[in-house]
Write a protein that binds this ligand. Structure first.
Ligand code: MIG
Length: 762
C-alpha cells in the first residue's frame, strides 16, 4: 500500500498516529512482541472477530524521528516507518527481520497477446494483468524463507512458492495442490528463515490473497478485496514463541471433554435406529474401542434443523440415546445453518418474526437452496441471533445429544453462491456478505459453543467445517470432504500440522476418506495416521464403499483394532498435550520443524510428524510400500515397537509391513498411558501407568474429571515426573485439587515387562 510522504506524527499512549500527506495510518504497540499496522478509511479498527478482550500489555515505546524514518522501539522489537508507508521490523539487536519490499513488482505477463486471445476463444481462463485489491503489503523474501500456517490449505507443509486465497469454499472436487482455498480462512503465517522467525496475522475478513513467492523470488505479498489494512507482526525467538503470541491474541482451544479424544465412527447414511444399533454392537463385538457415533443429516425430518425424524427411531430417540449411553456411546449430531422455508415450521417462523435472517439489499429475506430445499440463512453476526440459535440446541440436548457438528457453514449453497451484497449484521451495524462470509462459520460455532455451555455446563463439543482465525476458542474442526485416495492420506500430515501452526490444535480429517471408495490397504494405512490425529473420526459419503473397520476382512480389522487400541492407550498423554495447549498454544500434532526448527530436514518434512514433544510418527503413506525412509532429528530415540535405541540426526530404512506404523519415542520420556478399555471411563482409572524411556527428562501430567469447568477453579491434580539415565522415575504432586487422584503409580521401563510401583507423594 503506497501512501505519500510522512509529514507528521503524534503519540497517543501505545499508538503512533502517522500522517502521510493527509492519509492517516497507525502503528500500535500491543505488547513488546506484537505490533499492529493499520490503515483504514476513518481511522477506526473494525471489531475483530478473532481477538476478544483487551490484549494490550503496558509498554512505554520509545519513538524517535531519524533521517531514515520514524523509529518505534518496544525493547524487543524496533519498527521503522518511512515515506510511502514502508514498515520494517528489526529485532532487539538491530537486525532487520521483516522488511517491506521497495523494488518493482514483476509483470504478470505469462503468454503473448496472440496466445492469450487463442486461450480465451477456447474458453480457458488466462490472465495477463494483475487483479486490483483494496490493498497489498509486499515484503522482502530471502532464499532461506519457509512459510507455514495459513490455516487449512492443500499441498505441502512449506507454503513458499504457492499462492492462496482466503474465501471459505465448499468445492466437492478432489482437493489438489492447485486449489487456492478450502473451507477455512485463517490469515496467519509463520516465516522461518536461516536466522529469523516471525509471524504475520492479517485481521481482515474480506476475500484475501497470500502470494508466498509464487510471483517472485524476491518478495511475497498479501492483500484483501476490502476493509482495512490491519495486520499484526508477531516476534519471538522460536516458532513456538511466535505461535504463543498468535494464540495470545486469538485464544487457545479450551480443554475438551476426555471422551472426545476417543474413536468416532461416522457415515452419511446411518438412517435408522437399526443402522446405528448395528454399528454400536459391531464395535463392541469386534473389540474396537469407540466412544462416539455421529448422526449425519439423515436423522432430521426433511433436513429441517432442530427436528428429528422420530419414526425412524421408534418414536423415542431419547430412549435409544440413553441406551447407547449406558454402553459408553456418545452421540454427536449434524446441524446445518440453512433453515427450511416452510410456513408453520417453528424455527423458520421465529426467525422470520425476529428478523433473524440475512436479507437482500432491497430488504427481502434472502433464500437459496441447501439440503432442506429453499432455505434462509441465520444472521450470526447479530448477538441476538446467536443467542436464539444457541438456545435451540436444547432440543438436541434433551434427547441426549453430547456434541454438535456444524456443516455447510461457509455458507455453502446449491443455487450458486450467495451474492456479495446480501446484508448481514456485524454486531451493531450492517455488513455485506463480502465482509461476513469468512466469519459465518466462526460465528455459528460461537453460537453453538455459547449455547451448549449455557445449557449443559460441560465443556461444549462443537465440530465445525468453516473457520476464521480464533475459531479454536469454540470448536474442533475437520477438514471437510477429502477423497479416499493416497494423495489425500499424504496430505493429512501437512494439512493438520499447518492447522496446528495456525492456532487450531483440535483437528482431524475423515479417516479413510470421504468421497470415492477406499481400499483395504489405504484403510489400514489411514488408521495408522488417524489414530494420532487430535480428532479421530472415520467418516464417509453416502454411496461410497462402506468404511467401518470390519468391512475389509480380518487382517485389516486386526490392524484397525491395534491402532485404535494404541490411540486409547495414549489418551492420558494426549490429554496432557491439550492441557499444555490451552496454556501455551502449542499444538497437539506438530510438524518436526516446530520442535527442531534449526534442522534443514525438519523444515520441509511432509511425511513424518510429532505427537507432542515426545513421540515421532513416520507412517507409510504410499501404496505397496513395506519399508520406508525415516528421519530422526537430533537426540536419542527409542523405536516404540522394538525398543531399539537410535541416535539422531539420522536417516535410515525401517521395515514397515502393512501392520506396522513406525513410531519413535525420545529418550527421557515418561508417557502416561491408559489400560485397555472399550470407551473412555469404562475402567475406573485409579491407577496411573507410566512408560519410561531412559534419559534425562520430565513430564507434567494432568488429571481432572474430564468433563466440566471445575478445573478452572483449581479442581485438578498436576503431577511432575522426572526420569533419569537409568530409567528411574520420581514423581511429585505439584497441584492437588482433584478429589479422585490416583491410588497408585506404576512404571514400566522401556524394554521391560514388569510394572513397578513408585512413590509419588509431595
Ligand atoms: O453437501 O451432510 O462435509 O461430512 O457427510 C454435503 C452430508 C453435505 C458435507 C460434509 C460431510 C457430510 C455431508 N455434507
Amino acid at each position: 500500500m503506497k501512501l505519500g510522504k510522512l509529514t507528521d506524527y503524534r503519540v497517543n499512549g501505545q499508538e503512533v498516529i502517522l500522517d502521510f500527506e493527509g492519509r492517516e495510518a497507525r502503528i500500535w504497540v500491543v505488547t513488546p512482541y506484537i505490533i499492529n499496522v493499520f490503515c483504514g478509511e476513518d481511522g477506526n479498527r473494525p471489531c475483530s472477530k478473532a481477538i476478544e478482550g483487551d490484549k494490550m500489555i503496558l509498554v512505554s515505546p520509545k519513538v524517535c524521528q531519524k533521517e531514515d524514518g520514524l523509529w518505534i522501539h518496544t525493547g524487543k522489537v524496533s519498527v521503522r516507518v518511512s515515506d510511502g508507508f514502508y514498515v520494517d521490523f528489526y529485532d532487539e539487536n538491530g537486525v532487520e527481520v521483516c522488511g517491506d519490499y521497495r523494488g518493482e513488482r514483476r509483470p504478470l505477463q505469462r503468454v503473448s497477446k496472440e496466445v492469450l486471445k487463442l486461450l480465451e476463444e477456447e474458453g480457458h481462463a488466462a490472465q495477463d494483468h494483475r487483479q486490483e485489491h483494496a490493498f497489498e503489503v509486499v515484503k522482502k523474501m530471502d532464499a532461506s524463507a519457509h512459510f507455514y500456517g495459513l490455516g487449512d490449505k492443500t499441498g505441502f507443509l512449506d507454503k513458499r512458492s504457492y499462492e492462496y486465497e482466503m474465501w471459505n469454499t465448499d468445492n466437492p472436487d478432489p482437493q489438489v495442490d492447485s486449489f487456492k482455498a478450502l473451507y477455512k480462512s485463517i490469515p496467519f503465517f509463520i516465516a522461518l528463515g536461516k536466522e529469523y522467525v516471525y509471524g504475520i496475522f492479517l485481521d481482515n475478513t474480506f476475500k484475501g490473497y497470500f502470494n508466498m513467492g509464487q510471483e517472485s523470488e524476491s518478495y511475497y505479498w498479501f492483500g484483501a478485496d476490502g476493509g482495512c489494512l490491519n495486520y499484526y507482526y508477531i516476534a519471538g525467538e522460536s516458532m513456538a514463541e511466535v505461535l504463543k503470541g498468535y494464540t495470545y491474541l486469538t485464544g487457545t482451544c479450551p480443554l475438551p471433554q476426555k471422551w472426545t479424544l476417543g474413536y468416532h465412527q461416522s457415515r452419511w447414511g446411518y438412517v435408522t435406529q437399526e443402522d446405528v444399533e448395528e454399528i454400536a454392537s459391531s464395535m463392541r463385538k469386534n473389540d474396537i474401542p469407540c466412544d462416539v457415533i455421529h448422526f449425519d443429516i439423515d436423522y432430521m425430518q426433511d433436513y429441517k434443523v432442530f427436528t428429528w425424524n422420530e419414526e425412524r427411531y421408534h418414536n423415542d430417540p431419547k430412549a435409544f440415546l440413553d441406551r447407547l449411553s449406558k454402553d459408553g456411546f456418545k452421540v454427536v449430531v449434524i446441524n446445518d445453518p440453512g433453515v427450511k422455508v416452510e410456513e408453520g415450521y417453528e424455527v423458520y417462523e421465529e426467525g422470520l418474526h425476529g428478523g433473524y435472517f440475512a436479507r437482500t439489499p432491497e430488504g427481502e429475506v434472502y433464500s437459496n437452496v441447501v439440503w432442506p430445499g429453499e432455505a434462509v440463512f441465520p444472521d450470526f453476526g447479530n448477538p441476538e441471533v446467536r443467542e436464539w440459535w444457541g438456545q435451540h440446541q436444547s432440543f438436541l440436548l434433551e434427547k441426549g445429544v453430547r456434541g454438535i457438528w456444524n456443516d455447510m457453514n461457509e455458507p455453502a449453497s446449491f443455487r450458486g453462491p450467495l451474492p456479495d451484497d446480501v446484508v448481514f449484521t456485524d454486531e451493531g451495524r450492517k455488513a455485506e456478505h463480502r465482509e461476513m462470509h469468512n466469519v459465518y462459520g466462526h460465528l455459528m460455532a460461537k453460537a453453538a459453543y455459547d449455547g451448549l455451555k449455557d445449557l449443559d455446563g460441560r465443556r461444549p463439543f462443537v465440530i465445525t467445517r468453516a473457520c476464521y482465525a480464533g475459531s479454536q476458542k469454540y470448536a474442533t474442526a475437520w477438514t471437510g470432504d477429502n477423497t479416499s485416495m493416497w494423495a489425500h492420506l499424504q496430505m493429512v500430515i501437512p494439512q493438520l500440522c499447518n492447522l496446528g501452526l495456525s492456532g487450531m490444535p483440535f483437528v482431524g480429517t475423515d479417516v479413510g476418506g470421504f468421497g470415492a471408495d477406499t481400499t483395504p490397504e489405504l484403510m489400514a494405512r489411514w488408521v495408522q495416521v488417524g489414530c494420532f490425529s487430535p480428532l479421530f473420526r472415520n467418516h464417509s459419503a453416502a454411496g461410497t464403499r462402506r468404511q467401518e473397520p470390519w468391512e475389509f476382512g480380518e487382517e485389516v480389522m486386526g490392524i484397525y483394532r491395534k491402532y485404535v487400541k494404541l490411540r486409547y492407550r495414549l489418551i492420558p498423554y494426549m490429554y496432557d498435550l491439550f492441557f499444555e495447549e490451552e496454556q501455551t498454544g502449542m499444538p497437539v500434532m506438530r510438524p518436526l520443524v516446530l520442535e527442531y526448527e534449526k534442522e534443514d530436514a525438519a523444515r520441509v518434512c511432509n511425511d513424518e510428524f510429532m505427537l507432542g514433544s515426545r513421540i515421532l510418527v513416520a507412517p507409510v503413506v504410499h501404496p505397496g510400500m513395506t519399508k520406508r525412509m525415516v528421519y530422526l532429528p537430533e537426540g536419542v530415540w527409542y523405536d516404540y515397537w522394538t525398543q531399539e535405541q537410535l541416535e539422531g540426526p539420522v536417516w535410515f530404512i525401517r521395515e514397515a509391513p502393512l501392520d506396522c506404523c513406525p513410531v519413535y519415542v525420545r529418550a527421557g520420556s515418561v508417557l502416561p498411558v491408559m489400560e485397555p478399555q472399550s470407551y473412555v471411563g469404562e475402567k475406573p482409572g485409579d491407577i496411573l501407568y507410566l512408560e519410561a524411556y531412559p534419559g534425562e527428562g520430565s513430564w507434567e501430567h494432568y488429571l481432572d474429571n474430564g468433563e466440566d469447568f471445575a478445573y478452572r477453579d483449581g479442581k485438578y491434580h498436576q503431577y511432575h515426573f522426572e526420569v533419569k539415565e537409568d530409567g528411574m522415575v520420581n514423581g511429585e504432586i505439584v497441584h492437588a485439587g482433584y478429589d479422585k487422584p490416583y491410588k497408585k503409580v506404576l512404571v514400566q521401563r522401556a524394554g521391560e515387562k514388569e510394572w513397578k510401583e513408585i512413590n509419588h507423594d509431595r
